[in-house]
Design a protein around this ligand. Structure first.
Ligand code: UD1
Length: 426
């Protein structure tokens, strides 16, 4: 019996909401607790499926964990395993980060291929190539990847600015005795957050947020002597913020979001403004509303940061499906990230896809229907559609959404939304 969302649409969302810590920061930071044994208090950690899966992996490796409200405390001193169990690896793609942190800790790591997922093949060749450039010996087949050896460091270059590979290689480079310069890095704010965590823990990493990162090798002598009670606050979730903002705009509401800095969402806010949204920004708060029917933002192309984030593309498609005019959305990051398209069409949207492009002709309204979440952000896009639609929408397979959003329905309901989760016989 899986949970489904039941949504009554048509209510404008109003009020105030505090943005939670970022999934895409929490996962690499949790993995980074392995780099050196210590006790880490990670605040503003979202209570979501992917974080719980990472917690299970850390425990399987020998760490102890406990929660105090939104803080997870990880005691990584007892880690004595360097192989990530295959069954847990399959649960979550981000477990690939453990390759870097296990190498930093023990000089050896075994992981199992995270495999494809609903939004595309998602290979890890850039991770492996980077590890080899660092000097590690990597042996891999279709299932298992084992990595060991000495990190010689030096200058390495990524073939593409992959977020995960950048994060993984920063951690792996800590194992070296020498220094490493990583070029053509991804520049996402979550990478700077990982750097912040590692620096608070005493490592020397510089340049995250630019395309060149310097990592000072820390050797492995002090690997079991990390900080005793290190506190760290996770960066706010810019994708959660964009999702809520899209829900406010789509329902023609007005709301203020706390704990979100405008500078990490410039491209998204600019796109919303092109659609007719009004935005007021403060240091750490953003207020947003829509004075009338939204209009098409024209052509939107997903790109690595600071471009338009692929993780906001499905939510944008929902908004464009009722915005006046014709929108082209081009997905440049993942090859099959239009999984929500057919469900939006079932709800009355007019969308055609051709390769990387989706052409969306704005309709007046969407109609409630029974649809199915097929991946995390596509599921969130359907929740927005349900809030905007006339009548009732049922979205099956809520677990996809719960993997990456903490209590999305409670947050949206606190702004006036009408969403219930119920178990449904499959
Ligand atoms: C991270 C985010 C994810 C987001 C994505 C792009 C986390 C936990 N997840 O994922 O939410 O959608 O960034 O912003 O932070 N690629 C390769 N070979 C590799 C690695 C990546 O070909 O070795 C390709 C991928 O298939 C994809 C593109 O590069 O097409 C971007 O992937 P990447 O930046 O690595 O994304 P993730 O780190 O997986």
């Amino acid at each position: 019996m899986l949970e489904s969302y039941y949504i009554e649409g048509g209510v404008p969302l109003r009020g105030e909401y505090r943005i939670k810590g970022a999934k895409n920061s929490a996962l690499p930071v949790m993995a980074a607790t392995v780099c050196r044994g210590g006790v880490y208090e990670i605040y503003d950690c979202p209570r979501i499926g992917d974080v719980f899966a990472m917690e299970e992996i850390l425990k399987a490796l020998g760490a102890k964990t406990r929660w105090e409200k939104d803080c997870i405390i990880v005691d990584s001193r007892g880690i004595n395993e360097f192989a990530v169990p295959e069954n847990l690896m399959a649960e979550m793609r981000s477990s690939v980060f453990l390759m870097g942190s296990l190498l930093a800790r023990s000089g050896e790591a075994i992981i199992y291929r995270p495999g494809g997922c609903n939004i595309g093949k998602r290979p890890i060749d850039i991770h492996i190539d980077g590890l080899e450039q660092l000097g590690f010996e990597v042996e891999s087949d279709d299932e298992r990847i084992s990595c060991k050896g000495t990190c010689r460091g030096g200058k390495i270059t990524l073939a593409y600015p992959s977020v995960g590979a950048t994060e993984n290689l920063i951690m792996a480079a800590l194992a070296g005795n020498g220094d490493t310069i990583i070029e053509n890095c991804a520049t996402e704010p979550e990478i700077a957050d990982l750097q912040g965590f590692l620096r608070t823990g005493g490592f020397q990493v510089f340049g995250a947020g630019t395309d060149t990162i310097f990592v000072k090798g820390a050797g492995r002598e002090s690997r079991n002597q990390g900080p005793e009670n290190m506190m760290y606050f996770i960066l706010e979730d810019r994708i959660e913020a964009a999702t809520y903002m899209a829900a406010v705009l789509g329902t023609r509401g007005r709301a203020a979001f706390r704990n979100i800095r405008p500078e990490i969402m410039r491209e998204v806010l600019g796109c919303f403004e092109r659609m007719g949204a009004r935005v007021r920004t403060f240091e750490n708060t953003i207020e947003i509303w829509s004075p009338g029917r939204l209009k098409s933002p024209g052509i939107v192309v997903t790109q690595p940061y600071p471009g338009f984030p692929t993780d906001c593309q499905p939510q944008l498609m929902t908004l464009c499906s009722v915005a006046k005019g014709l929108t082209t959305v081009r997905e440049e990051i993942f090859e099959s990230r239009f999984t929500h398209k057919n469900d939006l069409i079932k709800m009355g949207a007019d969308i055609e896809t051709c390769g990387k492009n989706a052409i969306i002709k704005g309709v007046e309204t969407l109609q409630g229907s029974e649809v199915c979440a097929r991946d995390l952000r596509g599921g969130a896009a359907l929740i927005l559609a349900g809030l905007m639609a006339e009548g009732t929408t049922v979205i099956n397979d809520a677990f996809h959404v719960q993997r990456g959003y903490e209590d999305l329905e409670k947050g949206l309901n606190s702004l006036g939304g009408i969403i219930e989760t119920k178990r449904k016989k499959t």
